[in-house]
Design a protein around this ligand. Structure first.
Ligand code: NDP
Length: 407
């Protein structure tokens, strides 16, 4: 494997940190070109110095002078603001790791696929809110797009990895299954879900992740986003996509072939494994992940998803068969509602309710897929406006319940 220069969009986050941690064990193979963050100046400056980055870019324009001061004398160039993030995504490198959270990652990730040879995609919201358009840009530019989400990395590996990527052929495939741990409330009674606190929701039983995806994992909205992500990544009929609950999170994805064989990918629930697959593609490199000891684990269990307690799963099926505008609307409503929940403004069970009601109010299930960045961002804006009204109109007892729970 030749030496690779890497840009990390979202370097200060959970995926960004795991990427840097992996790279620190392979400094002969990888070096850092550019690191970006949104507002965490101190951590961005620390990482840029530690990994001898050439460029450090902060998303909030007003933080430029603070970053300049933090990097004074280092020789590292500094830029700031949303346009600077898109420019940073285009500085020529070998691989861009797209690890910004939410729709904020769409424009920089799009800039990366239009200008770079390889994009490692963690930012699933990009595919959820503009999947068809985004994938057409990937094809038009001949970019190699390698998924970082553990389930999609698993599916790609089970399908045949690099050989499949060179010649994608689904003629022998019956079903793609993504697994999910079920989150921290997998066994909680439906009536108790309303009372869960942000602290409980971000305490994932298996994975260590950023706050937004941790809440998505608790509502199971993460599986909704992931199944839409899979539809676009693999461009496969939605009827062939399914979700299976697997609390141990050892099996990440399964491919059922027409001959009855099922090929699954297993690994410890450690993001450094799928990150290594993407960064080293098509090679494999060592990771610090603990070895998988199946004898010690003794049993792996699987359950059908419970759509009654976790309505996000029902939404997944409805959104899969609708035109793509609905997914963009649901994604925006979810981002808004997760933020409102984390800030104590709404209850946990309001998150998916607000997504569903936003979809209904915006006529989401019949809205066409966005055909440009501008259309995707305009749908996003519209949905956030509706979600905000719905959050404000939540019953007062729900508001006070949410606030009480965060105390
Ligand atoms: P985090 O919240 O931990 O990190 C998000 C990163 O994005 C930070 O660097 C943050 O900067 C930056 N950021 C936040 N808002 C903006 C913005 N408006 N503009 C530019 N940059 C911004 O997220 P995760 O690492 O958990 O997740 C990143 C993505 O990867 C998500 O799409 C998630 O769904 C996906 N993913 C995550 C997994 C995980 O294990 N964490 C697993 C699979 C997929 P700052 O620190 O300055 O705020």
């Amino acid at each position: 494997m030749t030496h690779r220069r890497i840009t990390i969009l979202g370097a200060t986050g959970s995926v960004g940190s795991s990427t840097l941690d992996l790279i620190s064990g392979h400094e002969d193979r990888f070096s850092i070109d550019t690191l970006t963050a949104y507002r965490n100046v101190a951590e961005l400056a620390r990482l840029a110095r530690r990994y001898r980055a050439r460029h450090a870019v902060i998303g909030q324009a007003s933080l430029k002078s603070e970053l300049e001061a933090a990097l004074a004398g280092s020789g590292i160039s500094v830029a700031a603001g949303p346009e600077a993030l898109c420019e940073a995504a285009m500085y020529p490198v070998d691989v861009v790791m797209a690890a910004i959270v939410g729709v904020a990652g769409l424009a920089p990730t799009l800039a990366a696929v239009r200008s770079q040879p390889v994009v490692a995609l963690a930012n699933k919201e990009t595919l959820v809110c503009a999947g068809a358009f985004f994938m057409s840009e990937v094809a038009r530019n001949g970019t190699l797009l390698v998924p970082v989400d553990s389930e999609h990395s698993a599916l790609l590996q089970a399908l045949g990895g690099p050989a499949f990527m060179l010649n994608p052929d689904f003629s022998t495939v019956e079903e793609l299954v993504i697994t999910g741990s079920g989150g921290p409330f997998r066994t909680m009674k439906a009536g108790d879900l309303q009372r869960v606190t942000p602290q409980q929701a971000v305490a994932h039983p298996v994975w260590s992740m950023g706050a937004k995806i941790s809440v998505d994992s608790a509502t199971l909205m993460n599986k909704t986003l992931e199944i839409i992500e899979a539809k676009h990544l693999f461009s496969i009929d939605e009827k062939c996509l399914n979700i299976l609950i697997h609390p141990q999170s050892i099996v990440h994805g399964l491919v059922r072939f027409k001959d009855g064989s099922v090929v699954a990918q297993m690994a410890q629930p450690d993001m450094r494994v799928p990150i290594s697959v993407a960064l080293a593609w098509p090679d494999r490199i060592a990771t610090p992940a603990a070895a998988l000891d199946l004898a010690k684990l003794a049993s792996l269990t699987f359950e059908a998803p419970d759509e009654d307690r976790f309505p996000a799963l029902r939404l997944a099926r409805e959104l899969l068969s609708a035109p793509g505008g609905g997914a963009a609307i649901a994604n925006a409503a979810n981002e808004f509602a997760v933020d409102a929940f984390l800030n104590g403004r709404i209850a946990f069970t309001d998150i998916v309710r607000i997504c569903e009601e936003t979809l209904l109010k915006a006529d989401g299930f019949s809205r066409p897929a966005p055909a440009s960045l501008e259309e995707a961002l305009s749908l996003d804006d519209e949905a956030r406006g509706i979600a905000s009204e719905l959050a404000n109109a939540s019953r007062p007892e729900i508001h006070s319940l949410g606030r009480a729970n965060t105390a």
